[in-house]
Design a protein around this ligand. Structure first.
Ligand code: ZN
Length: 298
């Protein structure tokens, strides 16, 4: 496979240095919210970098002031992947009745794809600036190293404001201490770059104007090593983390996450607990839900 850049709608794929691929989420006006297009372009880009013998290390960056605002729950773009895009074997039928459809959808696009990227054989380094909210954390956590600027900040709003016990790729107690994870989820507060580093969630905090250079420097250092050995190191550490119960805990929490969605659905007809939403967001969300329902009802 060649290293020639290819066209993506919402990503840039570049080679900023020999042996280093840099994937840039390029949807800055939507703060790089992860919709179907971005999800499957990201899968394609990670697959491409993984298969390309000219790539030894991968950077995951984002355009604009904020790294990632989370999952795109607006009606922009396709709601579901096409049959030939779907990667997992659970299958589609995402509009099936009850929780059959939504479960299949969340399993594919949030749980299984993020886990697949986490297990990509080559080192992936997150280059993070600005806000990372809820679903955005999943994209940060699936990376092997995290370098962020001093203005980076992190928040999982799902428990505090949406009636859900944490994002689908549920890795909180493996990113910080158990008590820090509980407090962070229950209060829904921001964690600053420095605090995230103190907790062990990020490797380095650098001034914003040095973020790109510092991340590239680390990527180049790793890319200069024996690439097969780097794959072995990644597997060894990932395996150790899984022996600490990461994957089993994630699978359990994913299903609690589904119960949170179902509880919200049964009590207020949407998969998010609108009663928990802050007032301003609730009004916008209710309008959006009404707009989404309108064509189907009419
Ligand atoms: Zn969900």
């Amino acid at each position: 496979m060649s290293s020639e850049p290819r066209a993506y709608e919402q990503l840039i794929y570049e080679m900023p240095a020999p042996k280093v691929a840099r994937i840039v989420m390029n949807r800055p006006k939507r703060r790089n919210a992860q919709g179907i297009t971005l999800t499957y372009e990201l899968d394609d880009a990670i697959r491409r970098a993984s298969h390309d013998p000219a790539v030894n290390a991968i950077i995951l960056a984002a355009a604009g002031d904020h790294w990632n605002a989370g999952h795109d729950i607006s009606s922009d773009g396709p709601r579901h992947p096409s049959a030939d895009q779907i990667v997992g074997l659970w299958g589609g039928g995402y509009d099936s009745k009850g929780w059959d459809g939504p479960y299949a959808r969340e399993r594919e696009i949030y749980l299984e794809l993020t886990e697949r990227w986490r297990n990509a054989p080559k080192p992936i380094i997150a280059e993070i600036q600005g806000a990372v909210i809820s679903g955005g954390l999943m994209l940060a956590w699936m990376c092997d190293l995290i370098v962020c600027s001093d203005d980076a900040r992190f928040r999982d709003a799902t428990a505090a404001e949406m009636g859900i016990a944490g994002v689908e790729f549920w890795q909180h107690p493996y990113e910080m201490s158990v008590r820090q994870a509980k407090e962070w989820l229950m209060t829904g507060t921001w964690v600053s770059a420095e605090d995230a580093q103190r907790r062990g969630m990020v490797n380095h905090v650098v001034p914003r104007d040095e973020l790109g250079a510092r991340t590239l420097e680390i990527a180049q250092t790793i890319a200069a090593r024996n690439p097969f050995t780097m794959k072995l190191v990644k597997q060894a550490v990932n395996f150790a983390q899984d022996q600490m119960g990461r994957k089993a805990s994630m699978d359990f929490a994913f299903h609690l996450h589904q119960i949170g969605h179902m509880q919200a659905m049964m009590t207020n007809g949407t998969p998010i607990d609108v009663e928990s939403l802050p007032d301003g967001i609730r009004a916008t969300f209710e309008k959006m839900i009404a707009a989404q329902k309108a064509p189907a009802d009419s």
